[in-house]
Design a protein around this ligand. Structure first.
Ligand SMILES: Cc1ncc(COP(=O)(O)O)c(C=O)c1O
Length: 445
């Protein structure tokens, strides 16, 4: 039936309830139905809904002045938030790091790609322009970000529009692309970067971009210890910038401000989005290490790039208010115990014959569903398992984030869980209960 909506939807075959209110970890629709948001609306809503002081801070900022263009002014909230992000970043960002604010994650990726390219121009290495990435990854939906993404389904329609700069193997132990096992594998997936560069004109490569924990595409795939460190060393040895895409993993989601801090890795550029303003405003950020900043400062003095709405005063005021709330409620510290509680509630599911693996770090978890647990065989794509799990969990008003393709870009079903950091014991139990119901519904015995 034709809808009378004027909105171009994500999917014409789906019905969309109208969200009208949020409270803590829940969203309430126009009919009064309350949904427990186990995925934080795609790992965005870190501090929960309905925090009145964040709304007040935004209103206060917008009542001061509407907007000031960054070619003419800087603003206090943007300056303050930049200082605070650098203070949370790995030590190599201080002193002398800088922050470039955007209106979301994809813009942050675009900015990093162009920044890496211009950095090498400024440094007298004009041959470097390619940004190498990994298969089975996602860095955003604009064309540059899609070029470096390795998510097969999301790239497919746009293939003719995308440059090919090179993708290496993913780091994914549950379905190792080399058929090996850690630690005997010697972290072959990290060596793949070295091998790729040796065989593919390393002197033309500007940067390597990776998600420290692969979010949507692989369902919270965590690298083994040693992988991020090896990747960082290979980049350094080849004079290539290391870009950590922390759009999903940053701002405390994995239990540290940035996921790379679990492995003491110091990237040259860190991308932030999603949780930075916890959904209260569209905001992203690119954290730039001092030696990259220096090249611009010493040479041309100007980055040939820009968005009208970059570093928006209201969006950055929201970012500051979210950080204030995180600090005053010790929310970064709440992630590890909340994650332990959630894993404990889910642990019973692990013995289910169709639950292949529950994985992740902190409050970024993935549950992969398999047809055959002994050989990790996925279901055929047409079985639509992840979406059916989502629908069944929704019977009990719990929202999850389903994706297909984790095995080979086509098959492999998983859901992502990324609840707000304020998730309570009762809500954790409610998520487990809904998933238990979903397993019974989708895999009746
Ligand atoms: C790792 C990663 N990078 C980039 C993006 C793109 O961010 P946005 O959707 O805000 O443009 C996403 C979004 O899901 C993401 O998860």
């Amino acid at each position: 039936m034709r809808s009378n909506s004027a909105l171009f939807p994500r999917n014409f075959r789906k019905a969309y309830p109208i969200a009208v209110r949020g409270e803590g970890c829940s969203i309430i629709d126009q009919t009064g139905r309350r949904y427990l948001d186990a995925s934080g609306q795609a790992a965005v809503v870190n501090v929960g809904h309905g925090v009145a002081e964040i709304g007040r801070a935004m209103a206060e900022q917008s009542s001061q002045f509407a907007f000031a263009h960054t070619t003419q002014f800087h603003s206090e909230p943007a300056e303050k938030l930049a200082q605070r992000l650098l203070a949370l970043a790995p030590a190599n960002f201080r002193p002398g790091g800088r922050v470039y604010f955007t209106s979301g994650g994809s813009e942050a990726t675009e900015t990093a790609i162009k920044l890496a390219r211009q950095f090498h121009l400024e440094s007298g290495q004009p041959a470097r322009y390619r940004v190498v990435s990994r298969r089975q990854s996602y860095h955003g939906s604009t064309l540059g970000a899609m070029t470096v993404s390795g998510n097969v389904a999301r790239r497919a329609p746009y293939h003719p529009l995308l440059a090919e700069w090179g993708h290496i193997a993913p780091c994914f132990c549950y379905h190792c692309p080399f058929g090996k096992e850690f630690p005997d594998c010697g972290v072959a997936c990290a060596s793949d970067l070295d091998n790729f560069l040796s065989a593919n004109n390393a002197a033309s490569v500007a940067a390597f971009i990776f998600e420290p924990v692969v979010g949507a595409t692989l369902g919270a795939a965590v690298p083994p210890d040693g992988y991020p460190q090896r990747i960082a060393k290979i980049c350094r040895d080849h004079g290539i910038l290391l870009i950590a895409d922390e759009i999903m993993t940053g701002m405390g989601r994995t239990g540290k401000p940035f996921a790379v801090q679990h492995w003491n890795v110091e990237p040259d550029i860190i991308l932030v989005g999603k949780g930075i303003a916890s959904g209260y405003a569209p905001l992203g950020a690119v954290l730039i290490a001092p030696h990259v900043v220096d090249a611009f400062e010493r040479c041309s003095g100007a980055f040939q790039h820009g968005f009208t709405y970059q570093a928006h005063p209201v969006a950055t005021a929201a970012g500051n208010a979210v950080l204030d709330y995180i600090e005053s409620h010790n929310l970064f510290e709440r992630v590890p115990p909340a994650a332990v509680a959630l894993r404990k509630e889910l642990s019973e599911m692990e013995s289910h014959p169709n639950v292949g693996e529950i994985r992740g770090l902190g409050l970024l978890l993935g549950i992969e569903f398999v047809k055959n647990k002994s050989n990790r065989e996925p279901f055929p794509r047409e079985s639509n398992i992840a979406e059916r799990i989502r629908q069944a969990a929704l019977d009990l008003n719990v929202l999850t984030y389903p994706t297909q393709g984790c095995v080979d870009g086509i098959t492999g079903d998983h859901i992502l869980l990324a609840p707000p950091f304020i998730i309570s014991r009762e809500e954790t139990a409610q998520i487990a209960c809904a998933l238990h119901h979903a397993l019974q519904t989708v895999f009746p015995t």
